[in-house]
Design a protein around this ligand. Structure first.
Ligand code: HXC
Length: 269
């Protein structure tokens, strides 16, 4: 893992809430936001996982709490944002990293299976944004009148083309990207909130890779990957730092693709 190119105080005094923030890419973003000055609330469905993540962050000197909750339940979303502000006094950054996924041919996927992933990824993202708005808007608790917050939605590149056995996730992430743009327009204009996304490519040591990319696919991918290597969770976290910090202050409504150029590549002919 390379050293961060960002100064350690770029998020000093900021408070972040991350769904899916206790494991995988979400945890790495929690860690890096914390290492750069933020206090961090990690939300996830499993109590023991969020508690372990919060303990790890605390052991590094990062102010952190774990919140058990499911983004599909509006009351959990409301409780997560309220608990974060109750504990840390404000909310500046919301990262929506919670996602559901499994490989399944469309003909074998039940409508409820499709809906389940839409509910987690798309509706869950909207629900969290909606509940967080009252704290993220400029002039919200702990904020001055010109200090709007930041939302970062973790997406994918599956839906730029079409992806085998991922009809549910592709549809869900397309909706996430659309939510990113609509909120950037409305809440950027009205509340000075910047809303952006990050679309990771294949990232080493993640559930995404172990669940979705069997070994035979992984070995073939490196031949068509323009940078000839997989990404690291760190790469996604650095993109999040850029978007969450003042470095990204004029960036709104975009989804930053962090995939080494994979989605646009084809096998060499
Ligand atoms: C077919 C499935 C299925 C599977 C669930 N379902 N798993 N269908 N194949 N493998 C169907 C069920 O049959 C059911 O429909 C419906 O989905 C709901 O299933 P439940 O098990 O009741 O849902 P739930 O317990 O809420 O779990 C939802 C879940 C979630 C989506 C399966 O637990 C999950 O995926 N957890 C893993 C999270 C994860 O992997 N995160 C990393 C994501 S990586 P019926 O009709 O039977 O009622 C990522 C990367 C994206 O997002 C980009 C990649 C490049």
């Amino acid at each position: 893992m390379a050293e961060s190119p960002f100064k350690a105080n770029i998020l000093s005094g900021k408070v972040a809430l991350l769904t899916g923030g206790a494991s995988g890419i979400g945890y790495e973003i929690s860690l890096q936001l914390g290492k750069h000055g933020a206090s961090v609330a990690v939300m996830g469905r499993r109590r023991h996982v969020v508690d372990a993540a919060a303990s790890s962050l605390l052991s590094l000197g990062i102010p952190a709490i774990g919140i058990a909750g499911d983004v599909r339940k509006r009351e959990d979303a409301e409780r997560a944002v309220d608990s974060t502000v109750k504990h840390f006094g404000r909310l500046d950054v919301l990262v929506n990293a919670a996602a559901g996924n499994f490989l399944v041919p469309a003909e074998d996927l039940s409508p409820n299976g499709f809906k389940t992933v839409m509910d987690i990824d798309s509706v869950g993202t909207f629900t969290m944004c909606h509940e967080a708005l009252r704290y993220l808007k400029k002039g919200g608790p702990g904020k001055d009148p010109s200090d709007g917050g930041i939302i970062i939605n973790i997406s994918a590149t599956l839906h730029y083309t079409a992806s085998w056995y991922q009809i549910h996730v592709s549809a869900a992430k397309a909706a996430v990207d659309s939510v990113t743009r609509s909120l950037a327009l409305e809440w950027g204009t009205d509340y000075d909130i910047r809303v952006n996304g990050i679309a990771p490519g294949p990232i080493k040591d993640t559930t995404g890779i172990s669940k979705l990319a069997p070994e035979e696919i992984v070995s073939g991918v490196s031949e068509t990957l323009p940078l000839y290597k997989f990404g690291e969770k760190w790469d996604i976290a650095m993109a999040a730092l850029y978007l969450a910090s003042d470095a990204g202050k004029y960036v709104n409504g975009t989804t930053l693709v962090v995939d080494g150029g994979l989605w646009l590549s084809k096998p060499r002919s």
